[in-house]
Design a protein around this ligand. Structure first.
Ligand code: C2O
Ligand code: CU
Ligand code: CU
Length: 479
């Protein structure tokens, strides 16, 4: 189905009208001047980033990963070359694959000609290995991060986090996935053959010229509203087609965009099973027909294509009315999987009555600025001091009429409520990033179980990267 057909049948009328009335052509969904390059026709092959398993150091048994952050160029349409950045390549980076219990040695070399950092979003390393704004890597220097993977199987990602320049560096292409495996998932009958029935899906928008070139800039209005692009890419490719076998297929969705919020669905109203959110498996799969994701959030979904040989489906974004990539069920499956009805038995939810206090995070805007608890980020100020192992309720409120979210380093949390009601099942799992629509409120419960190292606080911030860079971030210690 092409995108215009999707617009007609999906009920995404508002987005469709906005697109046709201001652009006249296929789409103009940004403040930029160019129409979208998303065409609804899928001709470029889907790109699965290479998997990096690390090499085992014979002396220590540690898993060694060598990562070079570098500049490069890339043609996104076959024409004009864009100046880009990537990890071990010119755009995006490999999928790092690790197992619970591994000790990692991550050697990160900065060849991008400016200061940077590399943060392991969703991983929970000690704070001095977190890759936040305090772990600066100077140009031509190598940062040696080492830590033990002590968390559940989950889909995480890595990206730069330098103070004030994160948005531009991520936009240039510095991001990649980091997947954790564990014993619990190894034993489950889930699709798990990387690049065959288990795929990373990094969704990012870029404001592209007609030839596919782009460069990062943000006006004050774009900083306030979040930089949004006219074209949505999957793993760095516009309008890709993915050939899949007629069986269950697992998509590891990551909203890696600077600021765009998506509401994903499948064409034809096909339902899917949500099996995991940011911090790993749900207790049981949840059947959905759409899922909303704000920047930094991850969701693992299983699409059952067993009886669909010869059919095509698209992953759509209801918010823009765009079809993003095509699943072409082109081959018979050699082995089937049957996603079980019980996924995780190791989840012990924290209970409201275990919390000893409530801590507020107020996300607000005013006078052309963005704030958390009326403050802007100051790298020399500690904003919150947490007590080790204390269980707390976080009362997170967006008092502005724009979108925000909140990401917290070094922990996972669970939602207790959204706007006074119980959270919907799709966001009842373990999370590290939560979406706050305009004038909304969530309560989350959290335990700060990792003490911070001196000189290396953890961060909390809005993951709309323009907001983060503009100061919508704070620092905390745990002791
Ligand atoms: Cu994805 Cu503080 O970052
Ligand atoms: Cu993070
Ligand atoms: Cu924000």
């Amino acid at each position: 189905m092409d995108r215009r057909a999707f617009l007609k049948t999906s009920g995404a009328g508002l987005a469709g009208l906005a697109i046709t009335s201001c652009g006249g052509s296929r789409g103009m969904m940004s403040s930029g001047l160019q129409p979208s390059l998303n065409t609804g026709v899928f001709q470029r092959p889907f790109f699965t980033p290479p998997e990096l398993l690390g090499t085992v150091d014979p002396n220590t048994g540690n898993k060694v990963f060598n990562l070079t952050m570098q500049t490069g160029t890339k043609q996104f349409t076959g024409q004009g070359a864009t100046n880009t950045m990537g990890i071990n390549g010119s755009y995006l980076g490999p999928t790092l694959r690790v197992t619970q219990g591994d000790v990692l040695n991550l050697n990160v070399t900065n060849q991008i000609g400016q200061e940077t950092t590399l943060h392991w979003h969703g991983m929970r390393p000690p704070s001095d290995m977190d890759g936040g704004p305090h772990q600066v890597i100077a140009p031509n220097a190598t940062w040696h991060a080492t830590y033990t993977v002590d968390q559940r199987a989950s889909t995480n990602w890595y990206h730069p986090h330098p103070h004030g320049t994160t948005a531009a560096q991520v936009y240039a292409g510095l991001a990649g996935m980091m997947i954790v495996d564990d014993v619990e998932t190894a034993d489950l009958d889930l699709p798990k053959t990387y690049g065959v029935d288990d795929f990373p899906v990094v969704v990012q928008d870029r404001d592209m010229n007609a030839d596919g070139t782009f460069s990062y800039s943000a006006t004050h209005m774009e900083v306030m509203q979040g930089k949004k692009g006219n074209t949505i890419l999957i793993n760095g490719v516009i309008d890709p087609v993915l050939d899949v076998p007629a069986k269950e297929v697992r998509l590891r969705l990551l909203n890696g965009s600077n600021s765009r919020i998506y509401n994903f669905s499948l064409s034809g109203g096909l339902s899917f099973k949500l099996i995991a959110t940011e911090q790993g498996l749900l207790a049981a799969p949840i059947s959905l027909t759409s899922i909303t994701m704000s920047p930094g959030e991850r969701a693992e979904i299983v699409v059952d294509l067993t009886s669909q040989l010869g059919q095509q489906f698209t992953l759509n974004d209801i918010n823009t009315g765009y079809a993003l990539f095509q699943l072409n069920v082109s081959k018979a499956a050699t082995v089937a999987t049957i996603t079980p009805n019980t996924l995780s038995t190791s989840l012990v939810p924290l209970q409201r009555n275990q919390a000893v206090r409530t801590r507020q995070f107020i996300l607000s805007m005013g006078q052309g600025k963005v704030y958390i608890n009326d403050k802007q980020m100051d790298i020399n100020r500690i904003d919150e001091v947490m007590t080790l192992n204390q269980i707390e309720i976080l009362d997170i409120q967006n008092t502005s009429n724009m979108d925000h979210n909140l990401h917290i380093h070094g922990v996972y949390f669970q939602l207790l409520s959204r706007n006074g009601a119980l959270p919907k099942a799709f966001e009842a799992g373990l999370k590290d990033t939560v979406y706050l629509p305009p004038n909304s409120r969530v309560e989350a419960i959290v335990q700060f179980s990792k003490a911070t190292i001196a000189g290396a606080p953890y961060m909390y911030h809005c993951h709309i990267l323009e907001h983060e860079d503009a100061g919508m971030m704070g620092q905390f210690t745990v002791a």
